[in-house]
Ligand binder design. Structure first.
Ligand code: PLP
Length: 459
């Protein structure tokens, strides 16, 4: 979204490798990569300054048209996001802060919190979310890949960052350069990491992922201690933590959860028995952190709950969370449609007469699931209105009943009126949870999708 996600060639890209392979030995090649990173960092700093300037300009809208001294570039006109397109995601900073404090209260003192900001902070903005989390009790950050870690570093975030999966070996120089902590799940990767770090005169911190039954990634719990013993000699490796992940922490039946926990405890015992200090031990995601005290160890990994969503119905009674994301838009067009006329692609809805059809500039390209066509409502001026006609990529229509009664005075809707798609207004809540339930998916997925195209405004 910010246009500075990928370091061109910086990941030891094939192009770079091919051009160097014949003329240089590996060591020189590595040096070149590091040189490249220096350049990257300069470029990055320049870009992030520009990005910052841009952001500031957005925060303080001005009517001045800035003259760009580069003749070849078109003039930029800065406008707040919601004036460029009448559809946006609003993030309530205070809600994220509230959620972190609620989590801290729930887990008690002395347990570290790793804030999970992968997938652009579940659509809430990774950088902003990380800042709020770090200012409110989180000490660690968790991301899904190298680029997500680099993005945080470029935003001058210095907290430890764990990459929750084992990244490609080719990215090891980037990991070392940006002080990211990789997860280790294979011997090949561990040795490659150790070798590269040692060559740079360092010991690379890493966390070992132990598979205790989810069967996704990780060294099997019965092999974990042996695995660590095999690499414990390595000068280039520094075991900073071990962790596992639960498959059923949000399910009502806890039998399989307990089995995983038992496997984890057994491998921890074996690791310690070998004289190896496992360092930071962590296992709990939001659901487990909220529900199971005995799964806290010395750190919990909090994603969903920090954004104010519940991992399942079970946690609702245990902790007070406030959704931080709302999705808002403005009416761009209103008309009355004669009875019998169809609306939108395929005419899946026909006007019953006595209705206005209002259009909003948001669609499935923005994360509004097309499968909700004719099955959802939006909120306008305190009134729920049914969405009608197929949801398009960038636009959606809803119906405004023009029949009035004593209970319901006629609702007048005009271009520019604000429409709530997700969020709360008074007693009415349009939640990601209910939207997800209607679709047979989870709130996690919908939050991520709303974060992909819409502009974000922090409040
Ligand atoms: C995403 C993720 C989490 C966070 O889970 P939530 O349910 O969002 O709290 C924790 N641990 C790992 C390994 C993850 O991938």
């Amino acid at each position: 979204m910010d246009g500075i996600r990928v370091i061109e060639g910086g990941l030891g890209s094939k192009r770079e490798k091919d051009s160097n392979q014949e003329t240089q030995n590996e060591e020189q090649h590595e040096l070149n990569l590091f040189d490249l990173f220096e350049q990257d960092v300069n470029m990055i700093q320049k870009q992030s300054c520009e990005a910052q300037a841009e952001e500031e300009a957005i925060m303080t809208p001005s009517t001045d048209v800035e003259q760009n001294d580069n003749d070849t570039q078109a003039e930029e006109i800065e406008l707040p996001a919601y004036d460029r397109r009448w559809a946006w995601v609003e993030i309530d900073r205070e809600a994220i802060r509230h959620n972190l404090l609620a989590i801290r209260k729930r887990i008690g003192p002395g347990i570290k919190i790793m804030a999970i900001v992968k997938a652009d902070g579940y659509g809430h903005g990774a950088i902003e979310s990380a800042h709020i989390a770090l200012a409110n009790g989180a000490e660690f950050l968790g991301v899904a890949d190298v680029d997500e870690g680099v993005e945080l570093r470029r935003a001058n975030i210095t907290a430890p960052i764990l990459i929750l999966t084992e990244p490609p070996q080719e990215s090891i120089p980037v990991i070392l350069r940006y002080n990211l902590i990789p997860t280790v799940t294979t011997m090949e990767y561990a040795l490659a990491l150790g070798e590269k770090a040692d060559a740079a005169g360092r010991a690379a911190p890493y966390h070992l992922k132990i598979d205790t039954g989810m069967n996704r990634i990780g060294v099997h719990y019965s092999d974990a201690a042996d695995f660590l013993r095999t690499i414990s000699f390595h000068r280039g490796l520094d075991l900073q933590g071990v962790f596992t992940h639960f498959a059923t922490a949000d399910e009502s039946d806890s039998y399989e959860f307990r089995l995983q926990l038992e496997h984890f405890n057994r491998s921890l015992d074996e690791i310690r028995y070998m004289g190896i200090n496992p360092g930071l031990v962590h296992a709990a995601n939001s659901a487990a952190a909220i529900r199971y005290k005995h799964a806290h160890f010395n750190m919990v990994r909090i994603g969903l709950a920090m954004y104010g969503m519940h991992p399942s119905e079970i946690t609702r009674d245990l902790i007070d969370l406030r959704p931080a994301m709302s999705v808002r838009t403005r009416v761009t067009f209103v008309k009355s449609v004669p009875v019998g006329e169809g609306v939108s692609y395929s005419y899946t809805y026909r006007s019953p007469g006595s209705v206005l059809i209002a259009t909003i500039p948001i669609g499935y390209g923005d994360g509004l699931p097309r499968a909700l066509t004719n099955r959802m409502q939006v909120l306008v001026k305190g009134r729920l209105c049914p969405q009608v006609g197929n949801i398009c990529m960038d636009m959606t229509m809803f119906e405004v009943d023009q029949r009035s009664s004593q209970l319901k005075p006629r609702l007048s809707v005009e271009v520019g009126d604000e429409v709530l798609v997700i969020g709360r207004a008074g007693d009415i809540e349009l939640s990601l949870d209910s939207m997800a339930e209607a679709l047979g998916t989870i709130n996690y997925e919908l939050a991520c999708r709303f974060g992909l195209r819409l502009q974000r405004i922090f409040k």
